[in-house]
Design a protein around this ligand. Structure first.
Ligand SMILES: [Zn+2]
Ligand SMILES: [Zn+2]
Length: 235
């Protein structure tokens, strides 16, 4: 279940924030930027909000409008989970939605973010995250895509690419049906990115992991490495 803690106060996706972080670290989170509304990316949001309940500052949930609409309608709808935009009160809520416009840079946590539409079975976005003179790129969930790579080519000093690979090549049919990548598709995607930028693969479905590992090794592409849980990077 995907989540990246960007700077201690900002998370990208919320698949397992409450499982990964102690309460004290959860309470420091001010905002969560979402790639899309699939459960493996938002599953811990309901419990994070419970753990932040009563905090003076609401948790900001940031994403393009279609993602927020799904959360409102399908999750925080008063049936599956409470609508935390009115709890404890409308004046001082636990949750505040912030809709952002794809392709247009926005500020979050002292960084410049850009949502980049990718190609998944539901509306989904990768993110470029930039500071003066450097940037990193997160793909979110996607099948072969274009706008993500256009950003990778134009941004200054790209330090790392975090790219999804979900299934092994033996499950190409499932991957195609669910709009995900398999190792065989990676060389063509990488060809659209600037050379020599390290690529950290993530979002491997656990049962597929051993096969994905072998298939990625067989590609003999030195830029590619499998991302491990709990790793930290400084860019
Ligand atoms: Zn997804
Ligand atoms: Zn996913």
């Amino acid at each position: 279940m995907t989540c990246f803690l960007i700077d201690g106060q900002t998370a990208l996706d919320a698949g397992s924030l409450t499982e990964a972080l102690p309460l004290s670290a959860q309470r420091r989170i001010r905002r969560v930027v979402l790639t899309h509304a699939h459960l493996d990316h938002v599953a811990s949001l309901p419990f994070l909000l419970e753990n932040l309940y009563g905090r003076r500052e609401p948790l900001e949930v940031i994403a393009p409008a279609p993602v927020l609409a799904t959360l409102r309608r399908e999750l925080f709808n008063g049936k599956l989970w409470p609508d935390f935009t009115r709890l404890p009160s409308r004046a001082a809520p636990t949750l505040a939605y912030r809709a952002i416009v794809p392709g247009r840079a926005f500020r979050a946590g002292g960084l410049s973010w850009t949502a980049l539409p990718v190609d998944h079975i539901v509306p989904a976005y990768g993110y470029g995250v930039a500071k003066t003179g450097r940037a990193v790129l997160f793909s979110g969930d996607t099948e072969p895509t274009e706008r993500l790579w256009a950003y990778a080519r134009r941004v200054t000093n790209l330090k790392a690419i975090f790219l999804e690979v979900s299934f092994s090549d033996s499950q190409a049919a499932v991957a195609q049906a669910s709009c995900h990548l398999t190792p065989r598709q990676l060389p063509a995607e990488l060809a659209k990115a600037p050379e020599r930028v390290p690529v950290y693969l993530y979002h491997m479905k656990p049962p597929s992991l051993p096969r994905i590992r072998r298939e990625v090794e067989a590609l003999r592409e030195p830029r590619l490495r499998l991302l491990e849980s709990e790793r930290s990077f400084r860019f």
